[in-house]
Design a protein around this ligand. Structure first.
Ligand SMILES: [Zn+2]
Length: 374
């Protein structure tokens, strides 16, 4: 493989120097245009634009668009978490060891590494494999507008590789915590706190009972944790409150344990603590945990062997945050994440990309695809 770090960085720059945060459709469109052009120029790739509604454009890039089976689905996202104006303040820069800028490792370099992989892959390997590269515009808001599309593609896929950054120590990701978020709205009955408090039904008392019950569901040992992170309610100290709301964030390693939590929370809503109070429960977000299956272990072994061949020590991590890997893993498809170059400081101004990991990670991805083809 002919690799020039300078050429890579100059190709990366226009992908970094464009504001493309949450729902910044114009910036997403720019990135999608740049990415589409790379595959169209390469030849042999069918580029399909996917309408992801409010989030903008997604790209589905295939080398065998007619094939019913997808041997390898590769996922990357085009959005960042940074607001408009970030690029003006801190455009892409680099020194001897690292590159900096919004999305430099999460995950513009991941997207570019996939391009380099396809440019350099043996034609014979490409001929054997049906590859589908999906680039979505809204991963940072939980892939709200691309989830259905990604899952529908994943159903035909035998393996899923996600090109999010490798961890700072070079580890790939084999497991990711799941998450869920619920908003509870409590409806009580207002009454004057001095004249007839007995006729009131306190929404805040109901909420307080919920908070204690929810705290009881936490199990630090197994990693199922619940956090009521937002509460609101009441209009004045002299009024029995008829309204309150709370938001709880749930994290878990074990999807079955989460199912229990979900059942318990719904049961609370069916049978309020305070007579006369009603509760509206709204699950606002849900990502199942990504847990390695036996088939995933086979894929991991394959990645480790490839690592050996090119001289990188492959290590694995289980991490707390979610990614699109959670969505496909729960469908039972062997899914691994962290195929991008290494970096850290994601979602902050300290974000960086480790330059000496770019080329080896391209080689690793090429190696894994070559093995899958064989
Ligand atoms: Zn990311």
């Amino acid at each position: 493989m002919n690799f020039s770090l300078n050429a890579y960085l100059e190709e990366l720059r226009p992908l970094i120097d464009v504001d493309c945060g949450t729902l910044t459709v114009e910036g997403i469109e720019t990135v999608a245009g740049l990415m589409a052009a790379k595959y169209e120029e390469m030849g042999g790739w069918n580029v399909k634009r996917i309408d992801c509604g409010k989030a903008g454009t997604g790209l589905e890039v295939r080398n065998k668009p007619e094939s019913d089976v997808i041997d390898v689905m590769i996922i990357g996202h085009m959005d960042t978490v940074f607001p408009v104006g970030t690029v003006a303040k801190r455009p892409m820069t680099f020194d001897e060891n690292r590159a900096f800028g919004p999305g430099v490792s999460d995950m513009k370099s991941g997207l570019l590494n996939v391009v380099y992989t396809m440019r350099n892959l043996d034609k014979a390997v490409l001929d054997k494999l049906s590859i589908c590269i999906c680039m979505n515009p809204d991963e940072e808001i939980g892939s709200l507008h691309s989830e259905e599309w990604l899952k529908s593609v994943a159903k035909s896929a035998r393996h899923v590789l996600v090109a999010e950054a490798a961890r700072a120590d070079g580890s790939l990701v084999k497991a990711r915590k799941g998450m869920a978020r619920y908003k509870m709205t409590y409806h009580g009955k207002a009454a004057h706190a001095g004249n007839d408090p007995q006729n009131g039904r306190s929404a805040i008392t109901e909420m307080a009972n919920w908070i204690l019950a929810i705290n009881e569901m936490t199990n630090f040992e197994s990693g199922t944790t619940l956090n009521v992170g937002v509460v609101k309610g009441g209009d004045g100290a002299n009024i029995v409150p008829d309204h309150a709301e709370a938001v709880v964030d749930v994290r878990f390693w074990d999807n079955n344990e989460y199912a229990d939590v979900d059942t318990k929370i719904r049961a609370l809503a069916d049978k309020p603590f305070v007579d006369g109070v009603t509760v509206t429960l709204d699950r606002e977000a849900h990502k199942p945990a990504m847990v390695p299956s036996e088939k995933t272990e086979v894929l991991m072994a394959m990645v480790e062997e490839c690592g050996k061949e090119i001289g990188i020590d492959i290590t694995w991590q289980a991490v707390g945050g979610g990614s699109d890997a959670n969505l496909t893993a729960v469908l039972g498809i062997p899914t691994l994440d962290g195929f991008g170059p290494a970096g850290a400081g994601f979602h902050s101004a300290d974000e960086y990309l480790e330059l000496n990991t770019i080329e080896p990670r391209i080689k690793l991805l090429m190696g894994v695809l070559t093995r899958i083809a064989a």
